[in-house]
Design a protein. Structure first.
Length: 452
C-alpha cells in the first residue's frame, strides 16, 4: 500500500508495526470525520482554483461513496496504510485517478488528525452532555418523589445531621449541571478548526481556513497555525478532564448506593434484574455495574494523567508522541457515556425504604439543632456546643418533616427549589440542542451537497 510520505523505500516491518498497528485500529472510529474533512478540503480547493469543477465533482462523488462504505463498516485502515488518512487517499486515487492526488494540497496528516479528533470530540461532547442532563433529570425525578423523605446525613462515615433523600438525589443532579460547565469549556476549545495549519507553519497558498471552518460547523479557525499544532492532545485532554469530573460524581453516587443497599443500612433496594450473582453463594445479589462505575472513574482519571504526562515537555510542532493521546480520548468517551446510562438506569429503578430511613434518624442527629437553638436564645455558640456535646444522645426528636422544613435557607433540605433545578436542566438542554443543530446542519449540508 502506498504511504502518503513514500519516497521510494520500504520501512522495516517491525518499525511499521510498532508505529502503525495500534493507531490504524483506533482510526476506524475516525473514518467519517476524516471523510467530512476531505469533503470540506475539496470544496475549499475548488473555491481557490486548485481543483477544477470536473476534478472536484469526481472527488466529491468518490468521498460520498466512501461515506456509505464507512456507514456499513467496510472502511478500515490496514497496518500497512498506517492511518485512515492514507486509506481514504489511496481509495480516492484508485477511483478518480490523478485528481485524487490533489486532495492533500496544503494540508498535512497532522492537520487531518487534529481535525478528526476535534470533530470526534465535539460529536461525543454533544452526546455526553445530553446523557449527563438526562441523568440529572432522572435524579431530579427521584428527588421530587422523595423530597420530604428523611434520612441521616453523614460526615466521616458517621451519622451527623438530619438530611433527606430529596437533598441527596438533588445534590447529584446539581453536580452534573456543574459538570456541564467543564463540558462547555472543552467544547469551546475544540470548536476551532485546525484545517489549513499545514503542518504547523502555514503554506504559500491562498488557503481559505474560515471557509472550511464554516463548512464543518466550527465556530472559527484556530488562528495561529503553530498554536493549532501545539494544541494536539491538549484539546483532547480538556475533554477527558471534563469527563473525569463527571465520573467522580457518578462514582460517589455509585458508592452511596452500594453502601445504602447493604443489609447494615438497608435504606435503598435495587431490583434483582439489575444485579449479578455469585457463582458460589446462592443468596448473593451484587450491584456489579455500580462497582464498575466506581472503578471506571479511576480509569478515566488515570487516562487524564496519561495524556498530560505524554504532552509535558514536548517541543513545539508535531511529534509522534501525540499518537498516544488518541486512545485515552476514545476510551474515556466510551466509558463516560456507558457509565451515565448505567447511573440513569439505577436511579430510575431505585426503591426507597422510608420506614428504615426514618428509624435511622435517631436523636443524636439533632444535637446541632439543640446547640443552634441555644445560640438563638443568646448563648454563645461555642458554649452551646460544649453544653450539648455531653448529652448529644439525649436530644428530643421532633417531627422529622417539621425539622426538614425548618432548614429553609437556600439549598437546604427545606428549600431545594427543585423547579429551579428543573429550569436549569431545561436551559442547559436547550443550549446543547442548539449546538447539536448547528453542528449537524453543517455536516448535513456538506455531505448532502451533490457534485452533480
Amino acid at each position: 500500500m502506498a504511504k502518503l510520505w513514500s519516497k521510494g523505500y520500504e520501512i522495516e516491518p517491525l518499525v511499521e508495526q510498532y508505529e502503525s498497528a495500534r493507531n490504524a485500529a483506533l482510526d476506524a472510529e475516525l473514518a467519517r470525520h476524516d471523510l467530512w474533512g476531505s469533503l470540506a478540503q475539496a470544496r475549499m480547493l475548488r473555491k481557490i482554483g486548485l481543483l477544477d469543477v470536473a476534478e472536484w465533482a469526481a472527488i466529491d462523488g468518490a468521498l460520498q461513496r466512501l461515506l456509505h462504505e464507512e456507514k456499513a463498516g467496510f472502511l478500515r485502515p490496514a497496518t500497512t496504510e498506517e492511518d485512515i488518512h492514507t486509506t481514504i487517499e489511496n481509495r480516492l486515487v484508485a477511483v478518480v485517478g490523478e485528481a485524487g492526488k490533489k486532495i492533500h494540497t496544503g494540508r498535512s496528516r497532522n492537520d487531518q488528525a487534529l481535525l478528526d479528533l476535534r470533530l470526534y470530540a465535539k460529536e461525543n461532547l454533544l452526546a455526553i452532555a445530553e446523557a449527563a442532563l438526562d441523568t440529572a433529570s432522572g435524579l431530579l425525578a427521584l428527588a421530587r418523589q422523595h423530597e420530604w423523605t428523611p434520612m441521616p446525613g453523614y460526615t466521616h462515615m458517621q451519622r451527623a445531621m438530619l438530611s433527606s433523600v430529596g437533598l441527596w438525589a438533588a445534590a447529584y443532579a446539581e453536580a452534573l449541571l456543574d459538570d456541564c460547565v467543564a463540558l462547555e469549556a472543552a467544547y469551546t476549545l475544540n470548536d476551532q478548526s485546525p484545517l489549513g495549519s499545514a503542518a504547523a507553519y502555514g503554506a504559500p497558498l491562498p488557503l481559505d481556513r474560515a471557509y472550511v471552518a464554516e463548512l464543518l460547523g466550527f465556530a472559527r479557525p484556530h488562528h495561529n497555525v503553530l498554536t493549532a499544532a501545539n494544541a494536539r492532545g491538549k484539546g483532547e485532554a480538556a475533554v477527558v478532564q471534563a469527563l473525569a469530573l463527571i465520573m467522580l460524581d457518578l462514582s460517589k453516587w455509585a458508592q452511596d448506593v452500594l453502601l445504602y443497599t447493604t443489609r447494615e443500612y438497608d435504606f435503598f433496594h435495587v431490583p434483582q434484574e439489575l444485579c449479578s450473582g455469585s457463582s458460589m453463594m446462592p443468596q448473593k445479589r451484587n450491584l456489579g455495574a455500580l462497582e464498575l462505575v466506581r472503578a471506571r472513574a479511576q480509569t478515566v482519571i488515570a487516562l487524564q494523567g496519561q495524556m498530560l504526562a505524554t504532552l509535558a515537555g514536548l517541543p513545539s510542532g508535531y511529534n509522534m508522541d501525540f499518537q498516544e493521546t488518541k486512545a485515552p480520548l476514545i476510551e474515556a468517551a466510551h466509558l463516560c457515556q456507558e457509565s451515565l446510562k448505567i447511573v440513569s438506569l439505577f436511579a430510575s429503578r431505585l426503591e426507597v425504604d422510608e420506614q428504615r430511613l426514618q428509624a435511622a434518624c435517631t436523636a443524636e442527629l439533632f444535637a446541632t439543632d439543640r446547640a443552634l437553638d441555644l445560640a438563638r436564645q443568646g448563648t454563645p455558640f461555642r458554649d452551646a456546643y460544649v453544653a450539648v456535646a455531653t448529652t448529644a444522645a439525649d436530644q428530643q426528636q421532633a417531627d422529622l418533616i417539621t425539622q426538614l422544613r425548618a432548614r429553609a435557607h437556600e439549598g437546604a433540605p427545606g428549600a431545594l427549589d427543585l423547579e429551579g433545578v428543573a429550569a436549569r436542566i431545561s436551559a442547559e438542554q436547550n443550549v446543547w440542542a442548539a449546538r447539536r443543530r448547528h453542528f449537524e446542519q453543517a455536516i448535513a449540508a456538506l455531505v448532502g451537497e451533490s457534485s452533480t
